[in-house]
Design a protein around this ligand. Structure first.
Ligand code: GDP
Ligand code: IMO
Ligand code: MG
Length: 425
């Protein structure tokens, strides 16, 4: 039974939730290993639409054990609401397992996220304002409060007092904002302890045992490669490692356990928030992608920036994640375009770049070098067999495969669970 890591190969919102759900039919364990409720994963099953932010997308299958690993940051109010929402829709959240070592997003993290962004003015990152960055800052400065602390009120209160001493100075003196009181926060958070207690465990051990027993495990990345704190378009990134390596540190499983690394990429590309985006379209083609693709964020409702597929970036994602294959989603959205462009290199500051540039200034000045491919002008949303796709659509897929050197094994042709063309390499 293979252990699979599934990651976003672009700037997030590639359709990871849908593909994870699709693959979860035969999975035993599905794990989130980084990020928090900045993620928004939409899954469509029949007439129902689920928007998950923290709970792994495998939860919709009853045999799956969903796991939130140590690398995640958890806003317990969001988690408790998400569990209640699933419960109200007849999905049992009782199987959820949460790492005792995952860090908590505290109310001051959310507040700091908002004021820090305001402070940056035109340089702002466009974060989801969910407190993600400040929670990871505390984790790495070793001032974080972890899930396990919820079960020791004395220690929780002590840690909170220490954190607030520091945070209140920053809030009031740096950001000219109001201070926060410890007691209401302690009361609220300790109130979650009873709701979460039965779910909290040593998830690294759970995964080790599942792997030893030959269970099928899927690691579900949130965000995407180009939002990775190390490998993304820094500083316009998130504060964790969505790339495949994050699956090991964020869950406590060794790299040798991983057999398969799937990169999920849209047939075009989108980005929410600010930062460089070489193939961005500011014209009516971009506007058509937004409209046809319904490109508005699941979490914040923001309009996503859209552009042509960027093969320089996809080759980069293939490399830094060690992808073994790609799942290409939303091919159906391109059905009405006469011709399609794909970026095969960049021209920037008088130089040609075949590889994704490391220099921020180079990236900002990129002019993509495009290849043009014919469109297919046919509705493909009912197609389920690769052989039934129009020739031009197959040509598009095969062009991508050749450019990145790995197979496209799944093709999304609609949001529904079964709207996927499976293709054996
Ligand atoms: P994630 O964050 O990577 O899980 O992606 P999101 O759920 O934020 O955004 C992807 C959107 O595209 C969701 O609304 C999905 O329902 C939808 N989607 C996923 N795959 C396909 C596809 O192949 N075709 C179409 N038309 N929609 C898709
Ligand atoms: P999923 O899992 C798309 C973006 C934000 C912002 C930057 C930093 O649904 O693909 P943060 O709140 O993380 O500090 O914001 O990252 N961002 C995402 N963009 N999809 C996501 O998640 C994202 N999570 C964060 O828009 O630019
Ligand atoms: Mg999303």
């Amino acid at each position: 039974m293979p252990t699979t890591v599934l990651i976003g190969a672009q700037w997030g919102d590639e359709g990871k939730g849908k593909i994870t759900d699709h693959l979860s039919e035969t999975a035993d364990v599905v794990v989130r290993y980084q990020g928090g409720n900045n993620a928004g994963h939409t899954i469509v099953v029949g007439d129902e639409r689920f928007a998950l932010t923290l709970i792994p997308s495998g939860v919709l299958y009853p045999q799956v054990t969903p796991v939130i690993g140590n690398g995640c940051v958890i806003d317990p109010s969001v988690l408790v609401d998400e569990m209640a929402e699933l419960d109200s829709r007849r999905i049992d959240p009782g199987r959820l397992q949460i790492s005792a070592n995952a860090h908590l997003i505290m109310p001051y993290h959310r507040k700091l996220d908002a004021v820090m962004e305001r402070f940056l003015g035109r340089q702002q990152i466009g974060t989801t304002k969910r407190g993600i960055g400040p929670a990871y800052m505390d984790k790495y400065s070793r001032h974080g409060i972890r899930v396990q602390d919820l079960f020791d009120p004395k220690i929780f209160r002590e840690k909170l007092e220490i954190a607030l001493k520091d945070k209140n100075k920053i809030l009031t003196k740096v950001y000219n904002s109001l201070p926060m009181d410890a007691e209401p926060i302690a009361e609220q958070y300790l109130g979650y302890a009873d709701k979460l207690r039965a779910h909290v465990t040593d998830t690294s051990l759970l995964l080790f045992e599942a792997h030893q027993a030959g269970k099928q495990i899927i690691f579900e990345g949130a965000q995407g490669t180009l939002l990775d704190i190390d490998h993304g378009t820094y500083p316009f990134v998130t504060s964790s490692n969505p790339t495949a390596g994050g699956a090991t540190t964020g869950s406590g499983i060794g790299p040798k356990a991983i057999d398969r690394v799937i990169g999920v990429a849209k047939a075009y590309i989108t980005r929410v928030g600010t930062g460089p985006f070489p193939t961005e379209l500011h014209d009516e083609i971009g506007a058509r992608m937004v409209e046809l693709g319904g490109e508005f964020g699941t979490v914040t409702g923001r309009r996503r920036r859209c552009g042509w597929l960027d093969l320089v970036a996809l080759r980069y994602a293939t490399r830094v994640n060690g992808l073994t294959e790609v799942a290409m989603t939303k091919l159906d959205i391109l059905s009405s375009f006469e011709t399609l462009k794909v970026a095969v290199a960049y021209d920037s500051l008088g130089e040609r770049f075949e590889e994704f540039p490391r220099q921020q200034r180079v990236l900002y000045n990129c002019h993509p070098v495009y290849e043009e491919l014919p469109g297919w002008n046919t509705d493909i949303s009912e197609v389920r067999e690769y052989g039934d796709l129009p020739e031009q659509a197959k040509q598009y897929i095969e062009y991508v495969e050749k450019a990145i050197g790995i197979p496209v094994t799944m093709i999304g042709v609609g949001p529904a669970r079964d709207a996927t063309v499976m293709r054996t390499a």
